[in-house]
Ligand binder design. Sequence first.
Ligand SMILES: Nc1nc2c(ncn2[C@@H]2O[C@H](COP(=O)(O)OP(=O)(O)O)[C@@H](O)[C@H]2O)c(=O)[nH]1
Ligand SMILES: [Mg+2]
Length: 362
Amino acid sequence: MGVGSSGSLAVSGLSGLPEEVMVAAVDTDSKLLAGLEIDHFICVGESITHGLSAGGAVELGRQLLEKDSSGIRRKLRDVDLVILVGGLGGGTASGALPVVTRIAREAGCLILAVVSMPFDFEGKMKKSAAEDSLKRVRTHADAVIRISNERLLSRADSDISAEDAFSRSHQVVRDGVGMLCRLISSVGVCSLDFACIHTMLKNCDGFCNLALGRAAGPTRAEVVAESLLTHPLLGNVEPWARAQGVIVGITGGPSLTLREIETVMKKIQEKLPAEVWFNFGVLVDPDCGDDLSAMVLLAEQWKEPLVDSAGRQIAVRGRGGQAEFALETVGKGRFAHVNPTIYNNQDLDVPTYIRREIKLPR
Ligand SMILES: Nc1nc2c(ncn2[C@@H]2O[C@H](COP(=O)(O)OP(=O)(O)O)[C@@H](O)[C@H]2O)c(=O)[nH]1
Ligand SMILES: [Mg+2]
């Protein structure tokens, strides 16, 4: 489900998906939706903004969706896994995506959100709106894949056109989401089933990294492995060495050999710690021709303790220290306009331990 203009455009380019995958778009811009090649689309807030979009206003995007959510609720009924796609930084997706994520949670779906973060040149305001929205999305999503537009193009030529830059970001979303859908839904040589994705999304502790590779020709397996290991979205840090959960998906035509699968797997596994949770799927698809494609989902945090074959818990690096709580409500929420409860000159809305200056043990 694409949300907002960028999200809707990204999912409208998805093709060759199995029958059980529904592709839907949600936006406030009726003209944009009408131009998409998509069977399911929902224009929200039409009675208020007449289909003219949210004009970059995040709060408007949020409110339009809050007031007009029945179409989305209907679409999400009986859905097992929803992949929500949006470009954060504008008005509709930044405002509406957190609400759609919450609705998906209420509908009982497993939720993966794939969001793009704005380029630096788009300015600080868009960036902070995107960060704020991301926090809210995280509150309800099982996992979030962040596509940093800036990082994605960090190695691109400096004279890349704006159109190419945006379309590259859409292509990553399409390749990643498309491949994931095909790997889960098709009966592959070695399937990647729903239970496996469920484990990954439930345990990855909020964020997942995505890397993709595609190549043709005699050395395609080596080239694909190299593209995965050096993918710009995985940045300069060494997420491979810190990985605690990894899923690898490989797709190729009938010419795909066991040796090629082995080459990709081996090169990845050389980079991973021994005790990582690891799963993979292979899909042979005649439409791939000579192309070999691979996708990696990598989690650096794992919620459940990893256990070795004897049932002993494995010490997990980097688990100590502070974590960030993605709490949605900031301020007093619905009580913002309620008078304080004053009794004996004391504001009883202030927690007792603060009023009485009681020091809590650390
Ligand atoms: N990949 C891609 N990203 C876009 C495109 N247009 C906008 N974006 C990104 O998505 C963010 C939100 O833009 P948009 O989807 O138009 O806003 P919305 O419709 O109000 O949610 C922008 O800040 C950009 O970073 C596009 O054509 N392709
Ligand atoms: Mg828009």
